[in-house]
Design a protein around this ligand. Structure first.
Ligand SMILES: Nc1nc2c(ncn2[C@@H]2O[C@H](COP(=O)(O)OP(=O)(O)OP(=O)(O)O)[C@@H](O)[C@H]2O)c(=O)[nH]1
Ligand SMILES: [Mg+2]
Length: 572
């Protein structure tokens, strides 16, 4: 058997095992079920069959409850091996009937590996009762499945699992039930797999067999179910020992006998069904690849929605700390305290040298400088906290606009506000920045003359002046239109010019502003990361859509190259 196909199926198992469809996007429930169903079919059937084409063929007898599945199996074997009954559903544990020579394989083989083999008829939907009988030819096993339309969930799922693992189907329905929707849902699945199907139309009122067969044929044709045989069995008034009359089921027996006759014939059926199943997996994988891509896209959208809010907060803080809007309230009045406004305003027009002399007199010691620094610290802290709080809220609100984002927010409502202790963290960061600014000022004031001037003003006051210039310096230019703030910043600028000379001011302001921006962005990044971490925790592998597509391509290619020569098994 083809190595490439086996490798692709192994890869399929691995990729299906890693699929994450964490967000409740439209259709996700069906997609998750599809993952399970495909994975199950791969371990139950595709991998074992690709490994051993000569393993016994598995014919699964499926259909609605009470259709007579168990009755048919008993009739084919000429002995009651599977319990039949009036209580619905009767068959709960599937019965796997085989020739004694195949018994060991059925008991220990890898197909349907999740079902525990048992010799007894125990009412357990995870068990597989194995019955060996000489009545069946070697090389063909029949499995009496539970009903497809069961009131019992476990029965229903198990019947589908078994049909998905079959090499051929014997689908039993009755004259009164063959048009039922559930039956057709499954027959369409059979058509999609292009599996060998026999439809047994049981309990036909005697004389109606031909008409019913014709009608059923039309229905099968309309659904593109090509690869099938129909056997209409008349209703028997009295089942005698519980067995259908041998004569009536002879055509079914012959059909099965032909399928099982000879190794080559069995292998042809097995290969045909395997190829059909593999081909059927391919489009389903493409559906899953698209689903995984939608998940990745939805996650990327959520990530972007959150980061947009934090980018905006960063810009807003950046602007508010440079467009003069900080120069009000406590910051402004402390500054005015520090420099003694009215005299200063008048002095502004005079020459810088004269101004410098006067300024030296204005600064009244370090206490006012310190108070000024406190006002700056409080002001910047409040500003950052306000914007980051809004960013958290807005990012959470943006997520809540989709049901899947909403589900993340409701699981993790703390995202909607900054972490506990954030304000203290901001205050600490702002103070650290202020001390950066003081370092900057001290560094700049290293020469003897400059140092003397710096001492005359006080480092805190000069640092505060630099911060005032930062607060009023948009894009490196002091804004003239900020009114009183403009006046304020001009004074501050003169102070700095007085201490450091004209050229240094712009450079120092730029550097101080950059340091503030960096520190603020670090704070923002920590808050934003919580949103990103929440998304990372979903565990979506971004490579998954590509990997699924690759496996789908590989399956298509290996099915095509390995089995191109295939035609239908003769006579079916
Ligand atoms: N009289 C009569 N009874 C039949 C015929 N075929 C099946 N039955 C009865 O119909 C009932 C249901 O048959 P089962 O073979 O148990 O049906 P099943 O499809 O295996 O049902 P579940 O195991 O529940 O899915 C039994 O009591 C059978 O004896 C028939 O041709 N004539
Ligand atoms: Mg039964």
């Amino acid at each position: 058997m083809n190595e490439t196909l086996r490798a692709s199926l192994a890869r399929l198992d691995e990729v299906l095992g890693r699929i994450q469809l964490p967000l409740p996007l439209d259709g996700v429930a069906e997609q998750r079920t599809l993952v399970e169903v495909l994975r199950q079919q791969n371990t139950d059937y595709l991998l074992p069959r690709a490994e051993r084409l000569d393993a016994p063929l598995l014919a699964v007898v499926g259909g609605s409850t009470g259709a007579g599945k168990s009755t048919l199996v008993n009739a084919l074997l000429g002995a009651v091996v599977s319990r039949t009954g009036v209580l619905r559903p009767t068959t709960k544990t599937p019965t796997h009937v085989c020739h004694p020579r195949d018994r060991e394989w059925i008991r220990t083989g890898p197909h349907l590996g999740g079902l525990v083999r048992s010799d007894d008829d125990i009412p357990d939907s995870r068990a597989l009762r194995v019955v060996a009988t000489e009545q069946l030819s070697a090389g063909l096993a029949i499995l009496d499945a539970p009903d497809i339309d069961s009131v019992d969930d476990a029965n229903r799922l198990l019947s589908r699992q078994l049909l998905a693992a079959a090499d051929l189907w014997i689908f039993v329905t009755t004259a009164s039930r063959y048009a039922d929707a559930v039956a057709w849902e499954l027959l369409e699945a059979a058509a999609a797999r292009d599996i060998v199907v026999a439809v047994v139309l049981n309990r036909c009122p005697p004389g109606t067999e031909a008409d019913l067969t014709a009608h059923l044929t039309d229905m099968l044709d309309a659904r593109g179910i090509r690869f099938r045989h129909i056997f209409a069995l008349p209703e028997q008034e009295d089942l005698g020992a519980g067995l259908l009359t041998a004569g009536e089921i002879a055509p079914v027996r012959r059909w099965i006998g032909r399928l099982a006759a000879g190794r080559e014939q069995r292998a042809t059926v097995a290969v045909h069904s395997l190829v059909g199943a593999v081909r059927n997996v391919e489009p389903q994988l493409r559906t899953l690849a698209a689903a995984a891509a939608s998940q990745a896209e939805a996650i990327a959208d959520l990530r972007e929605a959150a980061s947009k809010e934090f980018r905006r907060a960063s810009l807003d803080i950046g602007q508010a700390t440079s467009d003069g809007s900080m120069l009000r309230g406590e910051v402004l009045s402390r500054w005015q305290d520090l420099v003694g406004t009215s005299d200063l305003m008048r002095a502004l027009d005079k020459r810088i040298a004269a101004l410098r002399d006067r300024l030296t007199g204005w600064v009244s010691g370090t206490r006012k400088g310190e108070q000024m620094q406190v006002a700056i610290s409080d002001g910047v802290t409040a500003l950052v906290v306000e914007h980051v709080t809004a960013a958290c809220q807005d990012a959470a609100a943006a997520w809540a606009r989709t049901p899947w984002g909403q589900s993340l927010i409701s699981e993790d409502s703390a995202l909607a506000r900054p972490t506990a202790g954030f304000e203290a963290e901001v205050a600490k960061t702002v103070r650290a920045w202020q001390s950066d600014v003081l370092d900057l000022v001290e560094n700049e004031g290293k020469g003897r003359r400059r140092h003397a001037r710096l001492l005359a003003f006080g480092t805190n006051a000069v640092g505060a002046a630099l911060i005032m210039v930062v607060f009023a310096t948009t894009g490196g230019l002091t804004t003239a239109e900020v009114g009183i703030a403009g006046g304020t910043s001009v004074i501050a600028q003169r102070v700095l010019e007085g201490v450091f000379g004209d050229d240094a001011v712009r450079r120092l302001a730029k550097e101080a502003k950059q340091q503030l921006d960096l520190r603020v962005d670090d704070l923002l990044a920590i808050q934003q990361a919580r949103f990103a971490t929440r998304l990372d925790k979903l565990g979506l592998d971004e490579e998954l859509p590509n990997q699924l597509t690759k496996v789908a391509d590989d399956l298509r290619d290996s099915a095509a190259s390995a089995f191109d020569y295939l035609t239908r098994p003769e006579g079916y």
